[in-house]
Design a protein around this ligand. Structure first.
Ligand SMILES: [Cu+2]
Length: 214
Protein backbone atom coordinates (compact mmCIF):
# COMPACT_ATOMS: atom_id res chain seq x y z
CA UNK A 1 0.00 0.00 0.00
CA UNK A 2 1.24 3.45 -0.87
CA UNK A 3 1.97 5.55 2.18
CA UNK A 4 1.33 8.80 0.36
CA UNK A 5 -2.42 8.18 0.01
CA UNK A 6 -4.59 11.28 0.17
CA UNK A 7 -6.93 12.13 3.00
CA UNK A 8 -9.91 11.55 0.75
CA UNK A 9 -8.81 8.03 -0.13
CA UNK A 10 -7.95 7.22 3.46
CA UNK A 11 -11.23 8.62 4.69
CA UNK A 12 -13.09 6.07 2.63
CA UNK A 13 -11.21 3.31 4.42
CA UNK A 14 -12.08 4.24 7.99
CA UNK A 15 -13.90 6.76 10.11
CA UNK A 16 -10.90 7.00 12.42
CA UNK A 17 -8.68 8.09 9.58
CA UNK A 18 -11.39 10.44 8.37
CA UNK A 19 -11.41 12.24 11.70
CA UNK A 20 -7.61 12.48 11.61
CA UNK A 21 -7.94 14.08 8.19
CA UNK A 22 -10.28 16.78 9.45
CA UNK A 23 -7.10 18.06 11.15
CA UNK A 24 -8.75 19.88 14.03
CA UNK A 25 -6.11 21.32 16.31
CA UNK A 26 -7.10 22.16 19.88
CA UNK A 27 -5.02 24.03 22.46
CA UNK A 28 -2.83 22.07 24.88
CA UNK A 29 -4.20 21.36 28.35
CA UNK A 30 -0.78 20.83 29.94
CA UNK A 31 -0.02 20.64 33.64
CA UNK A 32 -2.02 19.45 36.61
CA UNK A 33 -5.45 20.84 37.37
CA UNK A 34 -5.55 23.37 40.19
CA UNK A 35 -9.06 23.88 41.47
CA UNK A 36 -10.62 26.92 43.01
CA UNK A 37 -13.04 25.29 45.40
CA UNK A 38 -16.27 27.14 46.06
CA UNK A 39 -18.60 26.31 48.94
CA UNK A 40 -21.70 27.98 50.29
CA UNK A 41 -22.14 27.80 54.05
CA UNK A 42 -24.70 29.82 55.99
CA UNK A 43 -25.23 32.08 52.94
CA UNK A 44 -21.51 32.82 52.85
CA UNK A 45 -19.34 31.95 49.83
CA UNK A 46 -16.15 30.22 50.96
CA UNK A 47 -13.34 30.00 48.42
CA UNK A 48 -10.04 28.18 48.64
CA UNK A 49 -7.43 27.39 46.05
CA UNK A 50 -6.03 23.87 46.05
CA UNK A 51 -2.36 23.48 46.96
CA UNK A 52 -0.24 26.60 47.39
CA UNK A 53 -2.60 29.56 46.90
CA UNK A 54 0.33 31.80 45.89
CA UNK A 55 1.70 29.39 43.26
CA UNK A 56 2.23 31.15 39.94
CA UNK A 57 1.16 28.97 37.04
CA UNK A 58 3.29 28.96 33.94
CA UNK A 59 1.66 30.03 30.69
CA UNK A 60 3.21 28.47 27.62
CA UNK A 61 3.29 29.53 24.00
CA UNK A 62 3.48 27.08 21.14
CA UNK A 63 4.82 29.08 18.19
CA UNK A 64 3.45 28.26 14.78
CA UNK A 65 0.38 26.38 16.02
CA UNK A 66 -3.00 27.55 14.84
CA UNK A 67 -6.06 26.21 16.55
CA UNK A 68 -9.43 25.32 15.15
CA UNK A 69 -11.93 28.20 15.55
CA UNK A 70 -13.19 29.36 17.99
CA UNK A 71 -10.01 28.26 19.84
CA UNK A 72 -7.91 30.38 17.46
CA UNK A 73 -8.18 33.21 20.02
CA UNK A 74 -5.20 31.45 21.66
CA UNK A 75 -3.02 31.43 18.54
CA UNK A 76 0.51 32.70 19.25
CA UNK A 77 -0.40 33.50 22.85
CA UNK A 78 0.97 32.26 26.15
CA UNK A 79 -1.83 30.29 27.79
CA UNK A 80 -2.90 27.72 30.33
CA UNK A 81 -6.09 26.11 31.58
CA UNK A 82 -4.95 24.67 34.90
CA UNK A 83 -7.26 26.69 37.14
CA UNK A 84 -10.71 25.18 37.40
CA UNK A 85 -13.78 26.36 39.28
CA UNK A 86 -15.22 23.51 41.28
CA UNK A 87 -18.05 23.12 43.78
CA UNK A 88 -16.94 22.07 47.25
CA UNK A 89 -20.04 20.19 48.33
CA UNK A 90 -23.59 20.91 47.27
CA UNK A 91 -24.46 24.54 46.59
CA UNK A 92 -28.17 25.11 47.18
CA UNK A 93 -29.51 28.35 45.73
CA UNK A 94 -32.94 29.94 45.42
CA UNK A 95 -34.67 29.92 42.02
CA UNK A 96 -33.20 32.45 39.63
CA UNK A 97 -29.92 32.70 41.53
CA UNK A 98 -26.45 31.68 40.42
CA UNK A 99 -22.82 31.95 41.43
CA UNK A 100 -20.95 34.74 39.66
CA UNK A 101 -17.25 35.45 39.35
CA UNK A 102 -16.49 39.14 38.99
CA UNK A 103 -13.23 40.99 38.38
CA UNK A 104 -12.01 43.09 41.30
CA UNK A 105 -8.63 43.67 39.69
CA UNK A 106 -6.76 42.20 36.75
CA UNK A 107 -3.33 42.99 35.35
CA UNK A 108 -3.30 44.65 31.93
CA UNK A 109 -2.73 42.10 29.19
CA UNK A 110 -4.26 39.14 31.05
CA UNK A 111 -7.04 37.59 28.95
CA UNK A 112 -9.64 34.97 29.86
CA UNK A 113 -11.61 32.77 27.48
CA UNK A 114 -14.44 30.50 28.55
CA UNK A 115 -13.53 26.84 28.89
CA UNK A 116 -15.12 23.81 30.51
CA UNK A 117 -13.92 20.35 31.38
CA UNK A 118 -10.42 19.96 30.03
CA UNK A 119 -11.27 16.70 28.27
CA UNK A 120 -14.02 18.55 26.37
CA UNK A 121 -11.90 21.32 24.89
CA UNK A 122 -13.47 20.83 21.45
CA UNK A 123 -16.80 21.89 23.06
CA UNK A 124 -15.62 25.08 24.81
CA UNK A 125 -16.96 28.43 23.59
CA UNK A 126 -13.58 30.24 23.89
CA UNK A 127 -15.69 33.38 24.32
CA UNK A 128 -13.89 36.34 25.91
CA UNK A 129 -15.07 36.68 29.52
CA UNK A 130 -14.24 38.52 32.76
CA UNK A 131 -13.61 41.84 31.02
CA UNK A 132 -11.52 40.43 28.16
CA UNK A 133 -12.10 42.28 24.89
CA UNK A 134 -14.73 44.50 26.47
CA UNK A 135 -16.78 41.60 27.85
CA UNK A 136 -18.85 41.76 31.03
CA UNK A 137 -16.56 41.81 34.11
CA UNK A 138 -18.99 39.33 35.75
CA UNK A 139 -19.24 35.75 34.55
CA UNK A 140 -21.95 33.30 35.53
CA UNK A 141 -20.38 30.02 36.62
CA UNK A 142 -22.68 27.07 35.99
CA UNK A 143 -21.49 25.15 39.07
CA UNK A 144 -19.79 22.29 37.19
CA UNK A 145 -16.01 21.98 36.79
CA UNK A 146 -14.92 24.78 34.46
CA UNK A 147 -11.32 25.36 33.40
CA UNK A 148 -11.18 28.73 31.69
CA UNK A 149 -8.30 29.57 29.39
CA UNK A 150 -5.96 32.30 30.65
CA UNK A 151 -3.78 33.95 28.03
CA UNK A 152 -1.34 36.78 27.43
CA UNK A 153 0.42 38.13 24.36
CA UNK A 154 3.59 39.19 26.17
CA UNK A 155 5.90 37.46 28.67
CA UNK A 156 5.59 38.63 32.25
CA UNK A 157 3.78 38.06 35.52
CA UNK A 158 0.04 38.42 35.80
CA UNK A 159 -2.59 38.11 38.46
CA UNK A 160 -6.29 38.74 38.86
CA UNK A 161 -8.52 38.93 41.90
CA UNK A 162 -12.16 37.94 41.74
CA UNK A 163 -15.19 38.34 43.87
CA UNK A 164 -17.30 35.17 43.96
CA UNK A 165 -20.87 36.01 44.82
CA UNK A 166 -24.45 34.81 44.68
CA UNK A 167 -26.40 36.90 42.21
CA UNK A 168 -29.54 37.19 40.15
CA UNK A 169 -29.05 35.12 36.99
CA UNK A 170 -31.00 37.64 34.92
CA UNK A 171 -29.27 40.82 36.06
CA UNK A 172 -26.04 39.71 37.73
CA UNK A 173 -26.91 41.86 40.74
CA UNK A 174 -25.71 40.45 44.08
CA UNK A 175 -28.46 38.86 46.17
CA UNK A 176 -29.19 40.42 49.54
CA UNK A 177 -28.25 38.30 52.52
CA UNK A 178 -25.28 36.54 50.92
CA UNK A 179 -21.63 37.25 51.68
CA UNK A 180 -19.18 37.00 48.77
CA UNK A 181 -15.82 35.25 48.76
CA UNK A 182 -12.61 36.14 46.96
CA UNK A 183 -9.95 34.37 44.90
CA UNK A 184 -6.65 35.44 43.34
CA UNK A 185 -4.98 33.66 40.42
CA UNK A 186 -1.29 34.00 39.49
CA UNK A 187 0.52 33.40 36.22
CA UNK A 188 3.83 33.94 34.55
CA UNK A 189 4.36 33.75 30.82
CA UNK A 190 7.72 32.45 29.72
CA UNK A 191 9.34 33.07 26.32
CA UNK A 192 9.67 29.46 25.16
CA UNK A 193 9.37 26.03 26.79
CA UNK A 194 12.79 24.83 27.86
CA UNK A 195 14.86 27.79 26.60
CA UNK A 196 15.21 30.70 29.01
CA UNK A 197 13.53 28.70 31.76
CA UNK A 198 16.14 25.95 31.43
CA UNK A 199 18.96 28.49 31.41
CA UNK A 200 17.70 30.08 34.60
CA UNK A 201 17.36 26.66 36.23
CA UNK A 202 20.91 25.82 35.10
CA UNK A 203 22.19 28.98 36.80
CA UNK A 204 20.43 28.01 40.04
CA UNK A 205 21.91 24.50 39.93
CA UNK A 206 25.39 25.89 39.18
CA UNK A 207 25.08 28.30 42.11
CA UNK A 208 24.01 25.51 44.44
CA UNK A 209 26.88 23.29 43.28
CA UNK A 210 29.38 26.06 44.01
CA UNK A 211 28.04 26.42 47.52
CA UNK A 212 28.25 22.67 48.09
CA UNK A 213 31.90 22.52 46.94
CA UNK A 214 32.97 25.22 49.34
CU1 LIG B 1 -10.63 20.14 36.95
Amino acid sequence: MKTGSTCTAAAVLSMAVASACSADVWPHADGMMKHIMVALENQTIMVHVEGDPLESLEMLRYPGESYTPPADVLNEKFYNSRYGWMADGFISLPDGAGVFVSVLSSDAGLEVYEGGMRSMKHMHTYAPILGTAGSDPSWLWGGTMVHNWYAASKPGSYSATYSVYVGDVATGAPLDGYTPGQATVFFHAVPAPGSLGALALGAVVAGRRRREVR
